[in-house]
Design a protein around this ligand. Structure first.
Ligand code: EPU
Length: 431
């Protein structure tokens, strides 16, 4: 297992190209189940989650061939429709094979993903939406099981969670509806750009989805989809992580290959913190030369402040000049990073779904444990400004969603190195 060692104090400076979007590419890969023709995706990030999704798809008879940033996915065998627990439990996003399997094969056996470090994370809306289309999903032995006569049948529905809309449930239901007979009207669809991107891919495969990017999607079902070629968009969460790093280190960082209109609330938050932000059509630049100002953020579905940036901004608040309040409305338990930030000398008090962050003049490097993807990113950012060395263990979490993060931070002058974690030497006990 690897660890990252960060030496704090360096100012991040330079340009970095955003990788393709992780949260868009995963459902786009699942869309390959909907056709026997090749689906070719370009600008695919090299991530653990992408590899896990490819492994699941291979089990489901989809041949996945990678050449650099290009991934070719082609269904070659439709006899195996089980996504097993061992793989699904390592990556919740694998649930988005459910809709395509039912729509194209009339059968699916997909393990329920189970909880994760930031809570229970139910899948009731995935099940509800597909059932409205006639999927008849039952839970058997921890698996979501469906065996139906194709095609599914288009219907009107409202998909809602306690916290708003659901990103992957929307993707799943849309992928079910594209091969259904008739019209599906999906109200309260997630508006995240990653959902819009899957819809665009599906349309280029011959689907008919209108209202893309909005809260109401109209899907006119069709009997078959064909192959398509698609270039993934830049990852807005990864991009913003680099920008926060630039702001925290009083640096000057430009991220290329992104759509700044997807980051409006993030830009506003950075401006509120006293960071200078410049933008072009496909780039953003941050510059900071003074301590950051405190800011309050509340996570919300897009276009609100993304939960996937809550931890990274909290790292910045830890060194801001005053008190900030974070309110987590999407995953009220997504605060695993707090305990680790405390180890670096941060002053954070958690109260229910809120954290009150009192900026401190300095953090001090320590050994910390990565617990999930974005929490790990937050620790890495905190390490960049902490005195001395910060050792981040269990970095496989960060490799799930950030491509070669250590190399790319080094290219921005960050002092980050990757090492193999030496085994812990146990002292023999003479009991
Ligand atoms: N929810 C339900 N029922 C459902 C589905 C969701 O109650 O059937 C609840 C969730 O528990 C949560 C809220 O609805 O409280 C929103 O969850 P959502 O379904 O939108 O999350 P997701 O689709 O499982 C995706 C991203 C997450 C990101 C969330 C929210 C992917 C692969 N994952 O998850 O990304 O945090 O949307 O924006 O797209 C990450 O990249 O680090 C990450 C966790």
């Amino acid at each position: 297992m690897d660890r990252l060692i960060v030496t704090g104090g360096a100012r991040l400076e330079g340009r970095v190209a955003a990788a393709g979007s992780k949260n868009a590419v995963l459902p786009c890969m699942a869309a390959a189940l909907l056709t026997d023709e090749p689906v070719v995706l370009h600008r695919v990030p090299d991530l653990r989650d992408v590899r896990t999704m490819a492994q699941i798809l291979e089990r489901l008879g989809v041949k996945c061939t990678r050449d650099g940033g290009t991934l070719v996915l082609q269904t070659v065998d439709r006899s195996q429709s089980e996504a097993p627990y061992d793989l699904v439990s390592t990556m919740r996003a694998s649930i988005c094979v459910l809709g395509p399997l039912i729509a194209r094969r009339g059968e699916a056996r997909v393990s329920m993903p189970g909880g994760c470090v930031f809570g229970v994370r139910p899948v009731d809306q995935h099940v509800k939406g597909l059932n409205v289309l006639g999927a008849q999903i039952a839970v058997e032995g921890g698996y979501l099981v469906s065996q139906v006569r194709r095609p599914l049948k288009g219907a009107d529905m409202f998909l809602g969670t306690r916290f708003g809309s659901s990103v992957l449930a929307t993707a799943n239901v849309v992928m079910g509806a594209v091969l259904a007979r008739g019209l599906t009207c999906l109200e309260n669809a997630a508006m995240e750009p990653e959902v819009a991107e899957v819809c665009r891919l599906l349309n280029s495969m011959g689907a008919s989805i209108s209202g893309v990017g909005g809260h109401k999607l109209l899907v006119e079902g069709t009997s078959a989809l064909h192959g398509a070629e698609h270039v993934m968009s830049g990852d807005r969460i990864e991009a913003a992580t680099f920008l926060v790093g630039g702001a925290m280190t009083k640096g000057d960082v430009t991220v290329d290959g992104i759509d700044p209109t997807q980051l409006t609330v993030v830009i506003e938050t950075l401006l509120e913190m006293g960071v200078a932000v410049d933008r072009g059509q496909d780039w953003l630049r941050v510059r900071a030369d003074a301590p950051l100002r405190p800011v309050d953020v509340t996570t919300m579905p897009y276009p609100g402040f993304p939960t996937d940036l809550q931890a990274q901004f909290m790292a910045a608040m830890c060194v801001a000049d005053g008190i900030s309040v974070v309110t987590e409305r999407i995953f009220p338990d997504r605060f695993m990073h707090v305990a680790e930030l405390l180890r670096l000398g941060a002053d954070v008090r958690k109260e229910g779904p809120q954290a009150i962050v009192k900026g401190v003049p300095r953090l001090s490097g320590a050994t910390v444990m990565a617990s999930d993807l974005r929490a790990s990113a937050a620790l890495l950012l905190a390490g960049l400004v902490a005195d001395g060395e910060t050792e981040i263990r269990r970095v496989y979490h960060i490799d799930r969603g950030y491509e070669r993060i250590d190399d790319r931070l080094r290219a921005l002058q960050g002092q980050v190195r990757r090492e193999a974690q030496p085994p812990v030497e146990a002292t023999p006990l003479d009991w």
